[in-house]
Design a protein around this ligand. Structure first.
Ligand code: NDP
Ligand code: OXD
Length: 317
């Protein structure tokens, strides 16, 4: 019997335990959330599935041959001591991509249609009709044109927005004007709603700051630009978001990710005007889909085929 899969997923532990019973039939799993595994020898294990793993995980499991991320992002373990030189496979799946695009489109529409004002009037039992701009009067600029960004731009386009995109390397996407890293300021100057779908790397840490917000287009159809981020919280400077909203550099924001999660109770972001907060659930990894993806990749690996969605370690994503 092959060695079991090591699982250290800081998700909902009951859900993970329940669904683990139904998968990996040929090899089983060692779920570190199970107290019975405490102190267990993890030598000789080939595969690990990780999301925010324990800091000493790689010391305890020295023989790993492939690491699977429990999400699309890998930042939760890239800097842990002892990370072995083995392939790291991200989670890429239709279910996750669709969820992210739903969030992006929903948030863009909420800002387009003045949802904050509708909520305010509803609470006052007031019948206050608004005539919103049309989607085509706004340019949504998506930062990050990877798996998630490319799906989001296509779906935003279907909703009628003018859509542009920005990424480290140049991309060609039908119907979408794209910009590479060198054309950042031109891209920002055309953008009314900025959507952040970047991974967390040294280059993207602290990237969404007051200087960047001040380069977005002012005076577009919404009046002031809006910032959305569902990439990683450490890419944004939250004090700058507060300042930008208070000074009118930004007209609003939608944030799914935060410098510190859960977002502390005393964060000023909670109470900011026209700012929507979601608790890092724009595109949660669904366990059945995640475990299926791991089974598929292990089967490929053991047949001698190439793994998919492998992280480029020199880039960090
Ligand atoms: P990909 O790796 O497919 O795409 C990343 C994109 O970001 C690429 O287009 C890449 O450019 C671009 N990029 C990276 N670094 C830079 C940089 N320094 N300057 C400009 N562009 C850069 O990732 P995904 O689309 O699958 O996921 C993106 C991120 O979304 C994840 O890393 C994760 O952090 C976050 N996420 C959040 C979720 C949530 O629920 N909030 C759920 C899932 C993911 P290039 O194409 O040139 O390489
Ligand atoms: C991910 C996430 O990276 O959920 O998949 O944040």
């Amino acid at each position: 019997m092959p060695a079991p899969i090591l699982v250290d997923l800081k998700f909902n532990s009951e859900t993970v335990a329940r669904i683990l019973k139904t998968v990996f039939a040929d090899r089983g799993s060692i779920n570190l959330a199970d107290p019975a595994t405490r102190g267990r020898d993890l030598a000789g294990l080939d595969y690990a599935l990780l999301w925010k793993p324990d800091a000493d995980l790689f010391e305890r499991a020295p023989d790993l041959r492939v690491i699977f991320s429990g999400g699309a992002g890998v930042d939760s373990f890239m800097t842990l001591p002892g990370l072995p030189e083995v392939p790291i496979v991200r989670f890429v799946d239709r279910s996750l991509t669709d969820r992210m695009s739903e969030w992006v489109v929903m948030q863009c529409l909420m800002h387009l249609r003045g949802q904050t004002e509708h909520d305010r009037l509803q609470r006052r039992r007031e019948w206050g009709r608004q005539v919103a701009p049309e989607a085509c009067e706004l340019t949504v600029g998506v930062m990050g044109l990877g798996v998630l960004g490319q799906d989001a731009v296509t779906k935003l386009k279907v909703m009628g927005f003018n859509v542009i995109g920005w990424s480290r390397t140049a991309k060609a996407i039908d119907g979408i004007e794209t910009f590479d890293a060198g054309a950042l300021d031109v891209f920002l100057g055309k953008t009314d709603i900025l959507v952040g779908l970047l991974p967390l790397t040294p280059e993207t840490t602290g990237f969404y700051n007051l200087d960047l917000f001040s380069k977005l287009r002012q005076g577009g159809a919404l009046g002031r630009p809006v910032f959305l981020n569902a990439g990683r919280g450490k890419s944004q400077v939250e004090a700058d978001i507060v300042t930008a909203v208070e000074r009118g550099v930004l007209g609003g924001a939608s944030l799914d990710v935060f410098e510190v999660e859960p977002l502390p109770e005393n964060s000023p972001l909670w109470a900011l005007e026209n700012v929507f907060i979601t608790p890092h659930d724009a595109a949660a990894s669904e366990e059945n889909a995640l475990f299926r993806h791991v089974e598929t990749q292990i089967a490929r690996f053991e047949r001698g085929e190439s793994l998919q969605y492998v992280v480029d370690r020199s880039l960090g994503y």
